[in-house]
Design a binder for this molecule. Structure first.
Ligand code: SF4
Ligand code: SF4
Length: 371
């Protein structure tokens, strides 16, 4: 598996463009380009945050990819994303504006078709079909451009997790409700990834996020852009650069077990891995895994008790809450109400998915353990 890595000190248009050109040359992307190719770019636009925050894919990374495509006579290019919350013109227009995407027009079309298509999956998948936003379902070629982050629920967010945003609007919280356990949710992400099959995945890690990602963490720049065709192995590689143990990230562990990721076969191209990288802070939600402490049935019993005792729940800080209702809108368990312009959470029924924390624009939701 060929993995490119280029050092990019800052969000500078010409430096990024050079890194993209070098990566695409190494990966032989020009050979994929054909007249009339319909290209969809899948960014991470999880919420409305301006590009100086390490929350969303930086517009200059997308701009560099679009420039390269146009120089290769590709003109049918659409930005395709369903952010957290509603999937409609009003919401996505606000996202495009705040995230700096409007400046990319007219070279890139910002998707305004809010329909979706049902894609049937392989017979042995637990998810026999997925509802996928139309520009992704109809694309000939998909370029996945994610932001490198820690993540409250999955621990890590890179190429695989970014594809969750092809599921339209509030169907995403429904998937959390259907698969509340991290093992099942990770399996769903991998089945989705194998269905969408992006041709290329680029990781924007010039600035990255540590701590309470995907929206409430803080900046941890790696000053690099990575790219690969094999995004499963790339996620293994990138998680390692963050100082995470890739095999402790459930979706990566399952990708390795399924033979989708092959960490023993990584050929690095471009710049070297910087020495003395500082490990990323992990999210507050990261539970300890006690399953290996005691052997056999006793170990499993202990792990069950520990999971209950250590389970994390959201906690609202009333002084920061402005009563916008975005948390309630995205809660798959419907246990959040807005009363007197403040969010009120019920504990019963909470599946600890942290969609509410992800969607809160005020960082008013933190994590609290049962004990
Ligand atoms: S907790 Fe956050 S998302 Fe929920 S109503 Fe308050 S400010 Fe809005
Ligand atoms: S309250 Fe928050 S963490 Fe609990 S189910 Fe709702 S969105 Fe998920």
């Amino acid at each position: 598996m060929l993995q490119t890595l280029y050092h990019v000190s800052t969000y500078d248009e010409s430096l990024i463009y050079q890194a993209i050109c070098n990566s695409f040359e190494a990966l032989g992307v020009a050979g994929d380009m054909k007249p009339g190719l319909k290209v969809a770019i899948k960014p991470n636009l999880v919420t409305a945050k301006s590009p100086e925050f390490p929350v969303t894919t930086h517009p200059l990374v997308i701009k560099a990819v679009v420039r390269w495509l146009r120089e290769h006579q590709i003109t049918d290019i659409t930005l395709a994303e369903s952010s957290g919350g509603l999937y409609n013109a009003e919401h996505m227009n606000a996202i495009y504006t705040t995230c700096g995407m409007k400046q990319l027009e007219p070279d890139l079309a910002l998707n305004m078709d809010f329909s979706s298509k049902t894609i049937h999956t392989k017979e042995d998948f637990y998810n026999r079909s997925f509802s996928v936003i139309t520009p992704i379902a109809e694309a000939d070629y998909i370029i996945n451009i994610c932001k490198l982050k820690t993540h409250a629920m999955t621990g890590y967010s890179g190429g695989i997790k970014n594809l969750f945003g092809v599921i339209p609007g509030l169907e995403k919280p429904q998937m959390h409700y259907r698969w509340p356990d991290i093992k099942d949710f990770s399996r769903m992400l991998l089945e989705l990834a194998q269905t969408v099959k992006p041709n290329l995945t680029i990781i924007d890690a010039i600035d990255a996020m540590e701590g309470n990602g995907p929206t409430g963490g803080t900046s941890h720049p790696l000053h690099m852009i990575m790219a690969a065709r094999d995004f499963y192995t790339q996620d293994y590689f990138a998680a390692g650069l963050m100082g995470l143990e890739p095999m402790e990230i459930e979706m990566i562990r399952q990708a390795v077990d399924l033979g989708l990721a092959n960490p023993s076969d990584i050929h690095l191209h471009g710049d070297s891995i910087p020495e003395n990288l500082t490990p990323f802070q992990v999210p507050d939600t990261k539970n300890l895994d006690f399953s290996g402490v005691l052997p056999g049935k006793l170990g499993k019993y202990f792990a069950k008790i520990a999971a209950k005792v250590l389970k994390s729940y959201p906690q609202v800080h009333k002084d920061l809450c402005v009563g916008c209702g975005k948390c309630a809108e995205s809660c798959p368990a419907h246990i959040i109400n807005i009363k007197n312009k403040k969010a009120v959470f019920k504990k019963k029924g909470c599946i600890s998915c942290f969609c509410c924390q992800e969607m809160c624009p005020m960082k008013a939701i933190s994590v609290k353990r049962a004990l």
